[in-house]
Design a protein around this ligand. Sequence first.
Ligand code: CIZ
Ligand code: SF4
Length: 319
Amino acid sequence: PGERTALKDRIRRLLKERNAVMVSHYYVHPDLQDLAEETGGLVSDSLEMARFGRDHAAQTLVVSGVRFMGETAKILSPEKRVLMPDLDATCSLDLGCPVDEFSAFCDAHPDRTVVVYANTSAAVKARADWLVTSSCALDIVRALKDKGHKILWAPDKHLGNYIQRETGADMVFWRGACIVHDEFKAFELEALKKEHPQARVLVHPESPADVIALADAVGSTSAILNAAREFDAREFIVATDNGMMHKLRTLNPGKVFYEAPTAGNSATCKSCAHCPWMAMNGLAGLAHVLETGANEVQIDPALGQRAKVPIDRMLAFTA
Ligand code: CIZ
Ligand code: SF4
């Protein structure tokens, strides 16, 4: 504990000395969420992290999250220095959507508008017409459908299927999944609901369809936070990365939050619902990059310019 306090003090001092601002995702360790907030940064989802990083005056951005979040920050602000606690923090959706195969898939469907989720590489974004996150995907796909577009969706199949069910849009899918949300289990969730009959169920749409079907509210991390605040209930079962529990509990002190069951939930593993790549972000790594300037995100400028087009469209649509 003493060591943690010392590291946090050092990070606060270094952020100030380097004129740096920090954005943290809801899924990273509570220490990194608290530090971002205490020092004038932001804790949020990838959409708001991107907007905040772009609009902030600081010339150095520290992004605590996964690789695509740092890359998006760099693409939006090529003149800024973007640092990450660990550059190897990736995402199963990004890993499962290599640009060569993805380009071939796009080439096979030339009549479709290409909509990709934020959790992708810069090269995949550069092939896209639109970028979306889970907080704006429904609205953007609905607007495209209303204008007569047919859609090619990548990479998360569960989120894509959910959006198709909700909008009725004509969509073809890349078949990626988030290793965290893909693990939530409907049968076990029903059993937990029986144990807590008053509890409302909040589900992230990267989860399987049978889990989504049991939800009282389905949505992005921000939508889950809103639902927890607005529902007149005392108990909640939450199917998303358990990094979210920190914000849910601090913002709703009178309410109780249970983690939804995953395949790994058993006597030996009570809470497996945590992204291993988000977990690579830590205080020691953060202090080190601030000290040394290591782990700077680099994006080829020409690629960055092309990848910026769909990101700018999304930010303008949601402004
Ligand atoms: O699961 C993720 O990586 C999420 C929720 C990203 C985001 O859009 O904030
Ligand atoms: Fe990717 Fe899932 Fe981790 Fe989010 S929680 S970064 S979607 S693997």
